[in-house]
Write a protein that binds this ligand. Sequence first.
Ligand code: 4NP
Length: 158
Amino acid sequence: MQRTSVLFVCLGNICRSPLAEGVFRHLVEERAWSERFEIDSAGTGGWHVGEPPDPRSQAVARSHGIVLDSRARRLEPEDLDRFEWVLAMDRENLAALRRAAERIGGGQARLHLLREFDPEAGSDLEVPDPYYGGNDGFEQVYAMIRRACEELLVEISE
Ligand code: 4NP
């Protein structure tokens, strides 16, 4: 069976996209669908390569029964061919993804803002960068990511 591949992308790959990766994997595992999906995350910047997720992302995930075990890696242009679905946290990430795709002649991936799938997003389609804020920001980011991932899974598993 062809696996559906999903890549979540933010700037540092330590706050938002590892959380999205963990939430999406959790939803997939709850349905016993692990064999159907390949799930990963990456950052458009390289400052934190090799690091575990930010302790605040780990804490908010843990409080919802989710363990984050990824290590930060930098986005590679080839990811835009390797993954079928690539979900950006904000517009800056999306612009970086489009530039990366151009470098490999367009890429096959479907590029979206993750919050296009958040039923409560309204006109604000970004997951804000919580890095310089407090713990509240991480809980809000979790809620956005959770709603969007639930809907994303419904749409791409049909
Ligand atoms: P993320 O958050 O993109 O959600 O992982 C950030 C983490 C680190 C930095 C910026 C954003 N930084 O500038 O180091």
